[in-house]
Ligand binder design. Structure first.
Ligand code: AMP
Length: 187
């Protein structure tokens, strides 16, 4: 089972990804976490991406695509991929199709957690206090939301035609969202 969790920052992708990881014994592929890890390690990639990340801009497709590759080709993770925050651009979506095809895999479910801007701002403000994430200043939040709307819209159009695409109201409680995901998985 390979699943994509799709939606704006603060929509609850990470929370639902962790639930799905437990349910399917899967692997959460969070590009946000992978990228933050590179910054922490102070790697060459980390140095290249730190400014974009702090400004709420998307990291270059080439870098993200490269980082994701070894996860998809990892035999241990085959058909157990839970994507959280990837793909986020049309280029990334097309890259993902190619990598999956090359490794004889496919996407089984795409869940779009749809949340409006006001709720996202409130949620990220809360997370900022709890997790002390440096990229979560209010201006950055707004920038991230705008970037998301601009760059991710074509990805949404690309996926929404698929029969395995499901839109879920992400403004409700965590348990309710999980229940909806479960209901779709059981159809
Ligand atoms: P997230 O933890 O998913 O909210 O991501 C935090 C930040 O990491 C984003 O604001 C982007 O700067 C960067 N990022 C995460 N995933 C991607 C991606 N797939 N493509 C480009 N940038 C990304």
């Amino acid at each position: 089972m390979n699943i994509i969790l799709f939606g704006p920052p603060g929509a609850g992708k990470g929370t639902q990804a962790k639930y799905l990881v437990t349910k399917f014994n899967g692997f959460q592929i969070s590009t946000g976490e992978i990228l933050r890890n590179e910054i922490e390690k102070q790697s060459e990639i980390g140095k290249k991406i730190i400014n974009d990340m702090n400004e709420g801009k998307f990291v270059n497709d080439e870098i993200v695509n490269k980082l994701i590759e070894k996860n998809i080709y990892d035999p241990q993770k085959k058909n157990k991929l839970i994507f959280d925050g990837y793909p986020r651009s049309l280029n990334q979506a097309k890259n993902l199709e190619l990598l999956l095809k090359n490794s004889d895999q496919k996407i089984d479910f795409i869940f779009f957690l749809n949340v409006n801007k006001d709720i996202i701002i409130k949620r990220i403000e809360k997370r900022k206090i709890l997790e002390k994430r440096s990229d979560d200043e209010l201006n950055t939040i707004l920038k991230r939301y705008e970037t998301y709307m601009q760059t991710t819209k074509p990805v949404l159009d690309f996926y929404s035609k698929n029969t395995n695409f499901y839109e879920i109201d992400g403004s409700t409680e965590i348990d309710k969202i999980t229940a909806k995901i479960d209901a779709f998985l059981n159809v």
